[in-house]
Design a binder for this molecule. Structure first.
Ligand code: DNO
Length: 361
């Protein structure tokens, strides 16, 4: 199977980008989807999945990749109630199998998903991008949660469910005993329960990198660098225990060389996110266009590594800048139409050229 190009879509009525728009981007075959109205821990029912299938069908997109089936906090904390939520997760996997789903992207970050301090930061060319100002992430997580929720303009955002954000004190107290080692144990417990079902259903679990890849607000984060990835893959050494290798999440730490991780673990990367990041000397970073020279992530080296390794998984452009009238209220932070479409073309341009070279043409 050749590499498949995907595009993230948040669903009918929940995304300003339409499937008809996406259809006009050359080369996109997979819609990266989710049931965004679902709370972590709930079963995704077949009738609900069938509705998405019905929406995608006329456009000929496949629904092979789900991003994300979110993991309930009780599983991450390791509470006795986790078994009930793992059972629900397993039922969701079984239901997804009936629709041909091949990859489930998820994350194991305590409380928060990705974290930024400015969702629409001007980057100098008239566009805006997601931005992380290091010294703003110190004390009160509530200030940040309020800011993010306000800027989502009522759209759902996985990992930032208002219901969970309203219980932040309670959540922080529950995570208190969860050390980094405990979190590793809880991740292992979760995956070991899932693996037999994944094998039976032929669905790969693909963990997303932690974003940013370091502890925040005193909460431990696991998927932060090469050694952590090595540990994760050998901890549950199963071909269905895979990675969503997110170049931008990892490279927020400039020490992380994503291309070398691709070369080492390509067979366990089920899903590739391509995002470019520009670093500043004080530890701040800004997201950038996919073009290699606009950031520091080494996008072409990464694409070359995937190509050299014969990558046959799914790939998608990740966060883009907000362009040509996109901004607060008119597009989801990081998920406008235009820059991600440009990202697809950049990636396919590089890929097509490498294919041609390989074929000796
Ligand atoms: C951010 C995304 C993440 C990702 C989840 C996976 O834009 O990369 O929200 O979908 O962490 O569970």
């Amino acid at each position: 199977m050749p590499m498949q190009m995907g595009f993230r879509w948040y669903g009918e009525g929940n995304d300003q980008v339409s499937l008809a728009d996406i259809k006009q981007i050359p080369g996109v075959t997979s819609i990266v989807w989710a049931l965004h109205n679902k709370q972590p821990g709930e079963i995704w029912e077949k009738e609900e999945i069938a509705q998405v299938q019905k929406q995608l069908e006329p456009y000929g997109f496949n629904m092979d990749v789900v991003e994300s089936v979110n993991v309930h906090d009780d599983i991450k904390i390791g509470l006795p109630t986790r078994d009930k939520y793992i059972e629900n997760y397993i039922q969701t996997i079984r239901n997804l199998k009936d629709f041909g789903v091949k990859v489930i992207c998820y994350n194991f970050m305590p409380i928060f998903d990705w974290t930024r301090t400015d969702l629409f930061h001007p980057i100098g060319d008239g566009s805006t991008a997601l931005y992380y100002q290091k010294d703003m992430i110190q004390d009160d997580p509530k200030v940040m949660a309020d800011y993010i929720l306000k800027n989502l303009n009522g759209l759902t955002f996985p990992g930032w469910e208002p219901e969970r954000m309203a219980r932040l004190d309670e959540l922080f107290a529950a995570y208190k005993p969860v050390t980094k080692e405990k979190l590793w144990e809880n991740l292992k417990y979760f995956l070991e329960k899932l693996m037999p079902v994944c094998r039976e259903c032929d669905i790969k679990m693909a963990i997303h990198m932690d974003d940013p890849p370091w502890d925040i607000f005193g909460l431990p984060r696991l998927m932060v660098d090469g050694p952590a990835i090595d540990r994760f893959l050998s901890m549950v050494d199963d071909p269905y225990n895979c990675l969503t290798l997110c170049s931008g999440s990892l490279n927020a730490n400039p020490e992380n060389n994503v291309a070398s991780i691709v070369r080492k673990h390509c067979d366990r990367i089920a899903f590739a996110h391509i995002r470019n990041v520009k670093h500043f000397p004080n530890g701040d970073f800004s997201e950038a266009s996919h073009r290699e020279c606009d950031g520091d992530t080494g996008i072409l080296d990464i694409l070359r590594a995937y190509h050299d390794c014969g990558f046959e998984g799914y790939i998608r452009p990740d966060h883009g800048r907000h362009l040509w009238g996109e901004g607060p209220g008119t597009c989801r932070p990081g998920y406008g139409l235009y820059d991600r479409a440009l990202g697809v073309m950049y990636m396919l341009g590089a890929w097509d050229l490498m294919e041609k070279e390989k074929a000796g043409k």
